[in-house]
Design a binder for this molecule. Sequence first.
Ligand SMILES: Nc1nc2c([nH]c(=O)n2[C@H]2C[C@H](O)[C@@H](COP(=O)(O)OP(=O)(O)OP(=O)(O)O)O2)c(=O)[nH]1
Length: 263
Amino acid sequence: MNTDKLVEVVAGVLYNPQGEFLLSSRPAGKAYAGYWEFAGGKVETGETYLTALQREFKEELGIDVIQATPWLTKIHKYEHAHVHLHFYRIGARQWRGQLCAREQQSWCWQQPGKLTVTPMLPANAPILAALSIPTRMRGQFNTGFHTVSAQEPQLKILPYHSGIAAAVSIYAPANQLQYLAQQHPIDHIWAICSSREQWQQAQSAAAIIWPISSIDDIKLLLTLLQQEPSSVPVMVFQKKTGLTTPQPDWMNLGAHGIIHELE
Ligand SMILES: Nc1nc2c([nH]c(=O)n2[C@H]2C[C@H](O)[C@@H](COP(=O)(O)OP(=O)(O)OP(=O)(O)O)O2)c(=O)[nH]1
């Protein structure tokens, strides 16, 4: 196989009503057989990402995916293939049917941040970490943000200051990322972005925070989500401004979650 050619792959993070997500094991005969992954596979000629996802879930697990939300993308080079992964989230109400393993694979429900199965496909480690980031947070820019709902992973993130404990998740402007990565673990740094350049710089951070205080912020974020889908979760920070423009449905457009500013 020519491993230089980029192969388009879709994978779905399928949820049940308890907020758990599905992992399946790769069947015998495939590369990385026995490793755990999100169900999915290669996009075939003429398919959209959604139709490919629907076909794969039907073939592998016998269920119907009604809708799916674009989430993260990632490029990864394996020995056997160079893949462009497109991860989608499929909410509990966005699929129907009875799960059954149609390819002699195993499957199991997992809770974010509490994996009980191993090994994972190598490209998936940051994707699994991203699932532990809550989708609703709130707080103030100067003091930090925290999870809103008891049903979601509990997380607090604080503005960076020197000497802050390495285990704390912090946020700082994207252009300080390189410097801060020498002081603090990169997988605990969230990057604040408001330009294309910063968006690109932030692709090695744990997450992006995109503050919205003007129509231009909305327009640019819409463009970036469409043209340069992120490989790290994007949190839309809705600032308390006089902005009267209705906000797009960010969660359906590729954002991971929303941060609401408190007075
Ligand atoms: N399905 C899936 N594939 C993933 C994930 N993460 C990841 O790196 N991959 C990689 C592994 C493979 O190299 C590639 C998917 O190709 P595949 O061989 O499983 O695709 P397929 O089901 O269409 O297989 P086939 O018909 O060619 O046998 O993407 C993931 O979470 N799910």
